[in-house]
Design a protein around this ligand. Structure first.
Ligand code: IPM
Ligand code: MG
Length: 361
């Protein structure tokens, strides 16, 4: 029996199309082995959508995503679109996709692979064994709070405003995802806030503390965000699962990513209460290397593995992709972002071919 899936594919901008091509080829290669049948439906988002139809998230794209089993997204953005008014920027398309699909929970794992330990900018003894998960709230907080805008004061001065706000219900639902995630890991959850200064953080902390009564098997701790940033580079091994709001999560997940040496290795999943989830690399569109066959496709390939595991409930196929990735690294193949002495430098396409060779052994 073959299981058929409809996957919305949003290749986006910059290196997006090249890493997408590799990822789809990897999925095509494993499909027969696990009796899967993928229908890939391409759709526009970001700068390419602005160029084609004048808006970063066309209604047709959101509809395609809603009618799919999962969404695979590469990356969006580029300097070409940076000076457009905010509603027309590529980033706005991504934020609208998150809001439109109700993707309030963003899971960003950061795991050190022994093969890549020398690619980290931190000392090997500091990062060896790091295996953590950032659970970032994705549809609330200062990214979406009202009021927002640039206003004029009575004295005629310009005043930029954003609002960091969370309701108890919003904190509880991301809190539950975080406790459940920690439960499947080492049962340690660290909640990150700025409760020493911000009321919104005090509410966050109070709700997390209250929720922890329902999860007695998970150890809950709290850190202020400045301390958390410091601890992440000082001794990252203390962390298992981290839960935090939208803005703090944006920043801390980049730090966590860099512990592993290359942001080019890290996948992510954005989940809602129901409906299709979005799987995408943590990295951006890297316009500086776009179209040169230099991009590292592994974060997107690993995002496809997350899609199989968390979105389509096909854990065996997910594991096959993850193992192939490790095997290829073990054999010494590296894209330029990961290159160290003694390894074999390959481009984006060749990395894909090595992965497929592994998967079809
Ligand atoms: C991310 C990105 C986005 C964010 C941008 C591109 C809007 O930095 O996914 O982390 O800030 O959420
Ligand atoms: Mg970010």
């Amino acid at each position: 029996m073959t299981t058929a899936y409809r996957i919305a594919v949003l290749a986006g901008d910059g290196i997006g199309p090249e890493i997408t091509e590799v990822t789809l080829n990897v999925l095509r290669a494993i499909a027969p082995r696990f009796n899967l049948d993928f229908e890939f439906v391409p759709a526009l988002i970001g700068g390419c959508a602005i160029d084609a139809v004048g808006e970063p998230l066309p209604a047709a794209t959101l509809e395609t995503c809603r009618q799919s089993d999962a969404v695979l997204l590469a990356a969006i953005g580029g300097t070409k679109w940076d000076t457009l008014p905010r509603p027309l920027r590529p980033e706005t398309g991504l934020l609208k996709l998150r809001a439109g699909l109700g993707l309030f929970a963003n899971l960003r794992p950061a795991k050190i692979l022994p093969q890549l330990i020398n690619a980290s900018s931190l000392k090997p003894e500091v990062v060896a064994g790091v295996d953590l998960m950032v659970v970032r709230e994705l549809t609330g907080g200062i990214y979406f709070g009202q009021p927002r805008g640039i206003f004029t004061t009575e004295s005629g001065d310009a005043r930029g405003v954003n609002t960091m706000a969370y309701t108890a219900a919003e904190v509880d639902r991301i809190g539950r995802v975080a406790f459940e995630t920690a439960r499947k890991r080492q049962r340690k959850l660290c909640s990150v806030d700025k409760a020493n200064v911000l009321e919104v953080s005090q509410l966050w902390r109070d709700r997390l503390t209250a929720l922890s009564a329902e999860y007695p098997d998970v150890e809950l701790t709290h850190l202020y965000v400045d301390n958390a940033a410091m601890q992440l580079v000082r001794s990252p091994k203390q962390f298992d699962t981290i839960v935090t709001g939208n803005l703090f999560g944006d920043i801390l997940s980049d730090i966590a990513a860099m512990l592993t040496g290359s942001i080019g290795m890290l996948p992510s999943a954005s989940l809602g209460a129901s409906g299709p989830a979005v799987f995408e690399p943590v990295h951006g569109s890297a316009p500086d290397i776009a179209g040169q066959d230099k991009a590292n496709p592994l974060a997107m390939v690993l995002s496809a593995a997350m899609m199989l595991r968390y979105g389509l409930n096909q854990p065996a196929a997910a594991t096959a992709i993850e193992q192939a990735t490790l095997a290829v690294l073990e054999q010494g193949y590296r894209t330029s972002d990961l290159m160290t002495e003694g390894c074999i430098l390959v481009g984006c396409q060749a990395m894909g071919e090595q992965l497929i060779a592994q998967l079809t052994l």
